[in-house]
Structures are given as C-alpha cells and as structure tokens.
Write a protein that binds this ligand. Structure first.
Ligand code: NAD
Length: 380
C-alpha cells in the first residue's frame, strides 16, 4: 500500500472542527479513488494555544521539524499570541521554513452567492511573496530609543530630510531582494506553463516605490526573458505587469484578463482577500505556503480561529478542506482531490452548505458542520 505521512496542526478555536471534517472527507475520497491502495498516515503535531498550555511554547521545535522531515503538512487556524515573542505563528512558520510562496487559487463554485455579476469569470492563482517586504517585521515603535536611533541614522548619515514629524514617527523597513523576487516569479511562471495558463501578471506599486516594488517588476521581466524567452516568443505565455491599485479595479471590471498573479507580500494579502470576496469565497478559499526549491509545503485554512462560533457545529470547513485538496494535488493524488471538488460543486449547486453560505443562496439548505461533512462524503 502507498502510504504518506502527513503532520497536521488541529488549530485553535474552530480549528479542531474544520480539521476533523477535512480529515474525514479526504480519507473517504482517498479510499474511494484508490480502492484502499493508498492511505494517509495522519500525525498530529502541537501548535497554538493548546501547545502553549501543555508545553509552554506556541510552536514547539518538534512541530517545525515534523513538517521539515515529511516535506508536507496541513494546519488549521492558529490564534495570534499577544504580548512579546512570536508575532504571528503563521508568519513564524513561513519564515522559519522559508516557505516563500503563499499560493491562493481563486475560483467560483456554482451556487455560491457572489457580490459581482459574473463570478464565473474569476479564475486566478495568486503567488504572494511570503518572506520579505514589510512583513519581515523590521519596525520600531514611535517614541522609542530605537526609533530615534534609526531616525538619526537616516537623517545624519543618509541625508534624509523628508520625515515630516520625526519625534512621533514609527519606522518600518521594506526589504525586497532580487533573489526573493526571482524565486517567487519563477515559481509563478513555471506554474502557469505546467497548468496551461495563458499569462502571469506582475502586480506592484513600482510607480511609487521605485526600487523595492519597481525592482520586483524589473527583475521579473528580466528573469522571464532570460529563463523563459522561448515560451514568451512562441506565444505560450504572456508576462505583463499592472500597478496594484489599477489591478484591484481591473480585477473587478475585467477579471478574465488575468490568470496567474505574482506579487509582493503586502499587495498579495489585499489582492487575495479581495479576489476571494469577489467569488463569495472569503470563508472557503484555500491556501498553501510552499518552497518550490525544496518542495516543502504547508497547506492551511485562510480564515482565523473564529472564536465567536467555535464548538457550535456551524463553522464552514471548506477552506481547510480545499487546502486539503491542494495538498492531494501537490503529492500527485489528483483523482482523490477531484472527487472532493466535484462533491462540493454538486452540494453547492443544490443549495447544501453550512449556514454562512446557505443563508445567502436562493435555494439554501443550511447544514451543521458534521452534517455537511456527512453529506459531502455521501456525494463522493
Ligand atoms: P476570523 O477569520 O477568525 O473571523 C472573522 C469572522 O468570520 C468571524 O465572525 C467568524 O465567525 C467568521 N468566520 C471565519 N471563518 C469562518 C468559517 N470557516 N465559517 C464560518 N464563519 C467563519 O478572524 P478574526 O476574528 O479577526 O481572528 C480571530 C483569531 O484568528 C485572531 O487571533 C487572529 O489573529 C487569528 N487569525 C489566524 C489566521 C490563521 O491562522 N491563518 C488567519 C486570520 C486570523
């Protein structure tokens, strides 16, 4: 039998509920697709609030090591620690394991209510840079000696005179490198070619941030020409760019013009949530953090821990579930992934969904998390 070991983090708040649903459906799909010849060997690894209570740390080293060793894993949502130490457990994992791509596919499911007229025209895959930009966390609070020191350095040492209110300014540093940009854009281009997608759009604010975001665009075009010149000339692939604010308009007005998006960390955060909202899928959109050089990938629910609905059997498990589908595709178990996707399509088309989606559907029939899970398994 073909067995694959998958470490998983249950997560905090609604995490245990969405994780249980995801595991049950994925196991059933794998069983159906491969008649018992393939199986997932799930291994729970601790993280988040429950790990802190038990081990005194939000992210034990063994958890990070389990992901590193297995090369693949999945996680439910994690609370954000307050106070000092780790700022965000997600950002910590991405940076520690150098998971430089945040991959967010965005598509519409028939039956899901959307705020736009033609959500079916949205079919994009966002490659968001995950390790650089303002998310590197290099910043100093206003009024601290560090902020003062930083200001003195840029003022006295670098001749910067443009800080309007130096005494009350906080400062942040935005590192954007050639290597970091190139590996992200290379991954996006390879993905587009492998999946028969027509274009990669570099989304940036290079008109204002000329060296950081402008560098991203410049290095992207140079890399495309240098490494994918033949594909560009043969017309197999188009590489283009768009300034982020224009992109946010265009993606609403003519989403069919865009396919694969490569962008920096902060833009990617805004862009992926806006696109997800456009297809009505903010609560169901999946995500993954991937290092395409090592192959290491962690799949994740993109929503938070939703403490207001935790333990009430009403959470929508689809974000974590569709991340599980991405994980199946990542390990080459596409058949099992397709079974899940088709079951979701059938379910939503007939109006069966958890309450958050069903209440917006014309023919909505709300199901509890466990009942929805059973229903999807019955449709596989
Ligand atoms: P949230 O996503 O947890 O909740 C926002 C709203 O959406 C809530 O009303 C919630 O009930 C609802 N919601 C979220 N997911 C849902 C689902 N699957 N089904 C139905 N309704 C759903 O965001 P928040 O309240 O801002 O954050 C709560 C905690 O989660 C914070 O500690 C935050 O830092 C953390 N967080 C974690 C992640 C992650 O681990 N990837 C992402 C975002 C926020």
């Amino acid at each position: 039998m073909d067995k694959i070991r998958i470490p998983f983090i249950k997560g905090d708040g609604v995490g245990p509920e969405v994780t249980e649903s995801m595991r049950r459906i994925i196991d059933a799909a794998v069983l159906d697709a491969y008649s018992g010849n393939r199986k997932i060997d799930w291994t729970e690894v601790p993280a988040g609030g429950s790990a802190f209570e038990r081990y005194g740390t939000y992210m034990p080293d063994e958890t990070v090591e389990a992901f590193r060793t297995c090369g693949v894993g999945i996680k439910g949502p994690l609370m954000t620690p307050v106070g000092g130490g780790i700022r965000s457990l997600n950002v910590y994992l991405r940076q520690t394991l150098d998971l430089y791509v945040c991959l967010r596919p965005v598509r519409w499911f028939k039956g899901v209510e959307s705020p736009v007229k033609h959500p079916e025209n949205v079919d994009m895959v966002v490659f968001r840079e995950n390790t650089e930009d303002i998310y590197a966390g290099i910043e100093w609070e206003a009024g601290t000696p560090e902020a003062r020191k930083f200001y003195d350095f840029i003022h006295d040492g670098m001749g910067v005179t443009k800080v309007r209110f130096p005494e009350t300014s906080a400062f942040g540093v935005k590192p954007v490198s050639k290597e970091g940009s190139e590996r992200l854009i290379r991954s996006a281009i390879r993905y587009a070619l492998d999946h028969g997608r027509p274009s990669v759009t570099l989304v940036h604010k290079g008109n204002i941030m000329k060296f950081t975001e402008g560098g991203f665009k410049k290095w992207g075009y140079e890399l495309a020409e240098r490494e994918f010149g033949e594909e560009l000339r043969s017309g197999r692939l188009v590489v283009k760019d768009c300034i982020c604010d224009a992109f946010l308009q265009n993606a609403l007005l003519k989403p069919e013009d865009y396919s694969v998006i490569a962008t920096l960390n902060l833009n990617g955060d805004y862009v992926s949530d806006m696109l997800a909202a456009q297809v009505g899928g903010i609560g169901i959109s999946p995500g993954a953090n991937i290092n395409y050089s090592t192959g290491l990938a962690i799949f994740e629910a993109t929503h938070g821990t939703a403490p207001d609905i935790a333990g009430r059997n009403i959470v929508n498990p689809c974000s974590n579930l569709l991340s599980g589908v991405m994980m199946l595709e990542h390990v080459g178990w596409d058949e099992a992934g397709s079974l899940v996707t088709s079951a979701l399509e059938d379910s939503f088309s007939a109006g069966y969904a958890t309450a958050d989606l069903a209440r917006l559907m014309e023919n909505g029939k709300p199901l509890g998390t466990r009942e929805f899970t059973d229903h999807i398994i019955s449709l596989l």
